[in-house]
Design a protein around this ligand. Structure first.
Ligand code: ARG
Length: 280
């Protein structure tokens, strides 16, 4: 597995674009929290590498604290990169960095094509577009960040079915904060983040493989886990009860301290972008 990560050299909470972010609380403890972020990031990268993944590092940039969340830079499937177009001006400066990063990867033949979203269509990458290999389709989130119209662009770009899910709780503003599709075809989800249509769509497609994340876990961003191998899933936080359910299904839970990133509304999945996903 090949993934992209970007180190938290300039990570902090400088602005508020979701309910998790509190610049004053960060400032209160900035040095400690920034140190914890760097340690957690390095630990997660080392764990990925130990488990056999290769990590492409995207250069960090001063003034772009959220560039660490590489899941938001694009979605990549079959070597086709569909770049993000951010809703908030605070993150729009990342778009140019992302373009340059993927152009480098294209020169290295790590990806083949780079596509941009039409003007006016917001799209925040893999954070709102999760590829489901088992069902050969995308799950997309829309509302707080990505536009509903992004789903049609994704369907056209990859020639795959797309299931749009409306996100109704401002704390779960990206799909990857409330849905995690696992390599064996199961999904972790936090039901209250979806409307009734979304909940029944998930139920219909996943059936008994739909695992409910308890609210206490969801509020620690447990659904934002990253499956780095077919059996190893990396969490910023996971209760022993949730871990037990995952163990029963053959998964190993790894925990890394990503608490500083949770203060920004992100955890393991947000900090990671899959570069080599294949549709078949
Ligand atoms: N502070 C960032 C934002 O609000 C966090 C992004 C987390 N990324 C994610 N894929 N959920 O945009």
């Amino acid at each position: 597995m090949r993934v992209a990560m970007s180190p938290p050299d300039f990570f902090s909470i400088d602005y508020v674009i979701n309910p998790w972010m509190d610049p004053a609380a960060w400032q209160h403890d900035a040095a400690q929290l920034a140190g914890d972020a760097k340690a957690g990031w390095r630990e997660m990268k080392a764990l990925y590498e130990k488990l056999g993944a290769s990590v492409e590092v995207q250069r960090p940039k001063a003034g772009l604290p959220d560039l660490v969340f590489t899941a938001n830079s694009a979605v990549v499937l079959d070597g086709i990169v569909l770049l993000a177009r951010f809703r908030f001006p605070e993150r729009q400066g990342e778009e140019q960095e992302n373009m340059a990063f993927f152009q480098r990867l294209r020169r290295q033949y790590a990806v083949q094509r780079i596509i941009t979203m039409p003007e006016g269509v917001f799209f925040e990458g893999a954070g709102d577009a999760i590829w489901d290999l088992t069902r050969q389709s995308f799950w997309t989130g829309y509302g707080p960040r990505s536009s509903l119209q992004a789903s049609a662009v994704i369907a056209r770009t990859y020639g795959k079915p797309v299931h749009p899910l409306k996100l109704v709780d401002p704390r779960f503003y990206h799909l990857d904060t409330c849905l995690c599709v696992l390599p064996g075809g199961e999904a972790l989800h936090f039901p209250a983040a979806f409307d009734a249509d979304g909940r029944s769509l998930l139920q219909k497609h996943f059936g008994k493989d739909l695992i409910e994340v308890p609210e206490a876990d969801a509020l620690k961003l447990a659904a934002n886990a990253f499956p780095i191998t077919p059996n190893d899933v990396v969490f910023g936080s996971c209760s022993t009860a949730l871990e037990g359910q995952l163990n029963e299904r053959g998964y190993i839970v790894h925990r890394v301290n990503l608490g500083s990133f949770a203060r920004s509304g992100g955890s393991a999945f947000c900090l990671t972008l899959t570069l080599d996903a294949r549709s078949a």
